[in-house]
Write a protein that binds this ligand. Structure first.
Ligand code: ADP
Ligand code: ADP
Ligand code: MG
Length: 548
């Protein structure tokens, strides 16, 4: 790359990103001949939270497993695998030398939270309490159980927990261990905004107050901002090779990553910048109603959880955003609309049926992929449009499906499965599309692309979409109006009638006591420090998100 222009190259000169010089050298690890190779490693530091930011499939989990001593790096040699001594020699004189020597000697204590918490129930039979009691080495379990709101599920069996509950239990299990180095492979999947902020604070305290080294892989930039003292950027070509940079300040690291240009390395890592659109909240014009639903309630069991929904309208050709904490009834509402669940009362009448009389395409929150079928065969079975230029432009390209079409559904990573599930749902013929947490497991660029794809789909197809998500930027950009859920998680929830974006965002964020500002460079939403000038000002003005 010529390194002159930081934004899109005006000469279209940069199409292929050249392998950086050091890639002539041996990688840190290669999974096999012609398989994925990783170059470099992040450096955890005592008393600090180190972030690792990069796209999916670039080797972040691989790097974490190497540092955690679970993978012995092979320096790209498969015939004569190097010994640990050779690996340490390779890193002599670098910041990692001491660390790797300690790993070799087997005397670093590490605790790692795995990326895919969904797999924990396959590996552990028993209750939350039984799992956590085995890991409680620091004597802080009670405190973490309360702060992470694990108490209500402490006696539940692990295999009955929701994704967000499993994520918090896995985090507690990792942080209660008495280790020197803590590795958190993605902190936020399935967590709501309040839980993300709490988890970030707990991780920071561990580093600051206990002088521990914490390495966190994370796609939520607002959380990375709150969490990290420095970050390493990982770049390259997903599934082919990945390079981990030396540490950068959080601000520079995030901005360079988004711009697609690394300053110190003088390296272009993406042809275009990822930009965050800032816009005034959408105002709804006079709209035709697609469906009116009456007041509804839904109780589970003997009323352990009750949801009450204020009746309202969903408009034709709108995207309706849905926000609220976990465990408050958002998925329950989607399932009521989809006809997958019976309401307890409809318009005040017990036992009545809710029949909205619509064809609904529904992407559930937890995407299962147990069919042994290739992605292309699966998508062709859903729509005849599969593979047409229309389908590619509107769905296939923005969801980056091309590289995975020949893979089996069962072999996909979390982010790949999510993109296939979104594509499958949008490929159906329906009156209303319900997407439950489409941003989960997607990296920063995939989120931006998926957000645009969903918005364009609604506009071009003149159809109606409901999006439940915790990613505030996605919600802001896709939605015309907002439905806000509030209440006491796992006890009772209340759903407001759909409202304009500005009032909806303010109601939602006031419940959380969190305000956002925009980064002056790239417009990405950032969480204000509680009690800061801006935070106080915005709360006074009652503007928690939109300041324009
Ligand atoms: P990230 O965490 O950045 O998403 P990973 O480290 O999980 O990336 O994976 C990087 C690449 O290495 C991917 O292409 C993945 O398919 C491949 N990979 C991961 N684990 C293995 C393995 N055990 N054997 C072969 N390839 C693997
Ligand atoms: P959200 O989507 O807002 O996270 P859900 O609608 O999934 O919330 O769940 C709301 C509450 O209802 C949670 O406490 C959840 O544990 C409970 N719940 C959900 N489904 C069932 C079910 N089938 N049986 C009993 N309780 C359920
Ligand atoms: Mg990973």
């Amino acid at each position: 790359s010529c390194g002159i222009c930081v934004e899109k190259c005006p000469f279209d000169a940069i199409e292929i990103i050249n392998l950086p010089q050091e890639l002539d050298d041996e990688p840190t690890h290669r999974y096999g001949e012609n398989a994925f190779s990783l170059y470099g490693l992040p450096v955890p530091e005592s008393g600090k939270v180190t972030g690792l930011l990069g796209p999916n499939g670039i080797g972040k989990s691989t790097a974490v497993k190497i540092l955690a001593g679970e993978i012995t790096p092979n320096l790209g040699r498969h015939e004569d695998e190097p010994s640990w001594d050779e690996v340490v020699d390779e890193y002599r004189g670098t910041e990692l030398q001491d660390y790797l020597e300690a790993v070799r000697a087997g005397d670093v204590d590490v605790a790692r939270k795995p990326q895919y918490v969904d797999q924990i129930p396959d590996q552990f039979d028993g209750t939350t309490r039984e799992l956590l009691e085995r890991t409680d080495e620091r004597g802080v379990l009670d405190d973490l159980v309360d702060r992470l709101s694990i108490r209500p599920v402490i006696d539940q069996s692990i295999d009955s927990l929701s994704g967000g509950e499993l994520q918090r239990v896995a985090l507690a299990a990792t942080l209660t261990r008495d280790a020197d180095f803590y590795f958190v492979d993605e902190l936020t999947p399935y967590l709501d905004i309040g839980q993300r902020v709490t988890a970030a604070r707990i991780v920071r305290e561990l580093a600051e107050e206990e002088d521990k080294a914490v390495l966190v892989v994370e796609h939520d930039l607002a959380v990375l901002d709150l969490l990290a003292d420095s970050i390493h950027v990982a770049y390259g070509e997903p599934s082919v090779y990945g390079v981990v940079t030396p540490p950068k300040s959080v601000r520079n690291g995030i901005n360079e990553y988004l711009r697609g240009y690394l300053d110190n390395e003088n390296m272009r890592i993406r042809p275009e910048a990822i930009t965050f659109e800032e816009h005034a909240p959408r105002e709804t014009s006079t709209a035709e109603t697609l469906v009116s639903y009456p007041d509804l309630t839904k109780s589970y069991g003997d009323g352990e959880f009750t949801l009450s929904v204020d009746g309202g309208d969903i408009n034709r050709n709108e995207v309706l955003g849905v926000v609220g904490p976990n465990g408050i009834g958002k998925s329950t509402f989607a399932q009521l609309l989809a006809g997958d669940l019976d309401a307890t009362s409809v318009a005040g009448e017990a036992g009545a049926d809710l029949d909205v009389g619509l064809d609904i395409a529904y992407k559930p929150q937890y995407v299962e992929a147990d069919q042994h079928i290739r992605v292309d065969a699966f998508l062709s079975s859903i729509t005849d449009d599969f593979g047409t230029s229309y389908w590619n432009t509107e769905i296939g390209d923005p969801l980056q499906l091309d590289p995975i079409l020949e893979q089996n559904l069962t072999d996909l990573s979390g982010g790949e499965r999510q993109r296939v599930a979104i594509a499958a749902t949008l490929s159906k013929d329906a009156d209303l599309y319900l997407l439950d947490e489409p941003s989960a497991h997607l990296d920063v660029e995939q989120r931006v692309l998926a957000t645009r794809a969903i918005r364009r789909f609604a506009e071009n197809r003149e159809t109606t979409v409901m999006v439940i998500d915790h990613d505030i930027y996605m919600i802001d950009l896709v939605s015309d109006r907002l439905m806000v859920f509030d209440g006491e998680p796992a006890e009772h929830g209340r759903a407001s009638t759909p409202q304009p974006m500005r009032s909806g965002m303010n109601e939602f964020l006031a419940n959380l006591d969190v305000t956002f500002r925009r980064d002056e460079n790239l417009g990405r939403p950032r969480i204000n420090k509680p009690g800061s000038q801006l935070d106080k000002q915005q709360k006074r003005d009652g503007e928690y998100y939109y300041t324009t």
